[in-house]
Write a protein that binds this ligand. Structure first.
Ligand code: ATP
Ligand code: MG
Length: 378
């Protein structure tokens, strides 16, 4: 008998600036891992991003979303360019794919790495994953300014319901005001809490920490706490409730002892950046946008046009994002191998062969080659 090799079709969105540089390396490393672990990858490349928009006027056509649906996962570089007004590509590409594929989990692992300095005094190791709810909270786009007709509908593209919001405020007409609605739904909180519980089990942790601010924001985060309590007790995981401000204080002083941190959208954004700052920084921070349909994996950093094409971009965040993708595709050994190769590279290779961002002299592609060579030798 002969094994039919598993083939994964992976959508690639290199995007702009250093997105292209780092995705080349992530792809190189995935191909190396695939040949070591006996599967193969078929790449489907998509051109969307700032450059494509500036050249063609096209942002992200609906047909592209349907084609993406034929892939097992998306690996993205970075999208953005100072010549494109803020919001156009965020709404037109990032949020559009997130809502279309209902990617309700934003996963941001924060890990300390050998020979990468951190601001932590005692040099403790951090191994934390922030599970950020990705579709609700202040990000649903229900914002109102004075003098606007205050009525809005949000189509959440969810199977179960459409939300309609209507609001009227009586205010002094001479006074400017703005209002932004934050949303939490039972379904939204339940599914993200369930995801966090499964993740805790995979990491052999018995507890998750939920960061809210329910003393000040009662209805919104009160519902979070109520549903998260129900769901964690069903799942047999214990839940520790903390205020997000106290959590930030603790993380900055002593992050040891934290594992899975569950956050509503806005707090998750902030807490995960704090942790990126406390660990390896932008060039080492991967992320995943996960849904029940198509999931998307990308480094946290942007397109960094200042260093695009110069070989100065650190591809490790993109390579670590590819590791998250392999885990999601249930190629768990390959995923571990990629992550361990990054750790081994930083531990054992001389500083001079590290990325320039980390004080070394290696170019983007030399870093990718080094990591790939470790996987080959494993
Ligand atoms: P965006 O709006 O897309 O997030 P930004 O300008 O806020 O972009 P980034 O592009 O993420 O921020 O990065 C800010 C700066 O950090 C870059 O200009 C670059 O100098 C540096 N930087 C970011 N990522 C990397 C990387 N992978 N390797 C080396 N330097 C990086
Ligand atoms: Mg940025």
């Amino acid at each position: 008998t002969h094994d039919a090799k598993m083939t994964y079709r992976i959508g690639l969105l290199p995007g702009d600036g250093i997105g292209k540089d780092v995705i080349t390396e992530a792809r190189k490393v995935v191909e190396t891992a695939a040949s070591s672990f006996g599967f193969s990858v078929e790449w489907r490349e998509f051109p969307y991003g700032a450059e494509h928009y500036l050249n063609t006027g096209e942002i992200l056509p609906d047909e592209a979303l349907e084609e993406m649906q034929q892939c097992c996962a998306l690996l993205q570089g970075a999208i953005g360019d100072p010549r494109v007004p803020p919001g156009v590509l965020e709404r037109g590409i990032l949020l559009k794919t997130r809502f279309y594929f209902d990617q309700y989990v934003n996963l941001r692992p924060a890990l300390t790495y050998p020979n990468v300095p951190t601001p932590l005094k005692r040099g403790e190791g951090i191994d934390i994953v922030v599970v950020r709810e990705n579709t609700e909270d202040l990000y649903v786009g229900l914002g109102f300014l004075s003098n606007e007709e205050i009525e809005a509908t949000v189509d959440m593209k969810r199977p179960s319901y459409t939300l309609k919001g209507a609001l009227s405020l009586k205010v002094d007409p001479s006074m400017k005001f703005a209002a932004q609605l934050a949303l939490a739904t039972e379904m939204g909180v339940r599914r993200i809490t369930r995801y966090a519980c499964n993740l805790a089990r995979r990491r052999k942790a018995s507890e998750i920490v939920l960061a809210t601010k329910s003393n000040a924001v009662k209805e919104l985060y009160g519902l979070w706490e109520e549903i998260a309590k129900e769901e964690t007790s069903k799942e047999g995981i214990s839940l520790k409730l903390v205020n997000v401000d106290a959590l930030c204080y603790q993380l900055a002083r002593d992050p040891s002892g934290y594992g899975v941190i569950l956050c509503p959208n806005l707090f998750g954004d902030i807490v995960s950046d704090l942790l990126a700052g406390l660990t390896g920084g932008l060039g080492l921070s991967p992320s995943a946008n996960i849904g029940d349909g198509l999931s998307m994996f990308e480094p946290v950093h942007g397109s960094a046009p200042d260093i695009a094409g110069t070989g100065r971009a650190n591809p490790l965040a993109a390579i670590l994002s590819a590791s998250l993708m392999l885990e999601h595709l249930t190629q768990v050994e390959a995923s571990e191998a990629v992550k361990n190769a990054v750790l081994e590279y930083l531990r054992a290779f001389p500083r001079q062969r590290h990325p320039m961002e980390l004080g070394g002299e290696a170019t983007t592609s030399e870093v990718g080659d080094s990591v790939a060579s470790i996987i080959q030798r494993m």
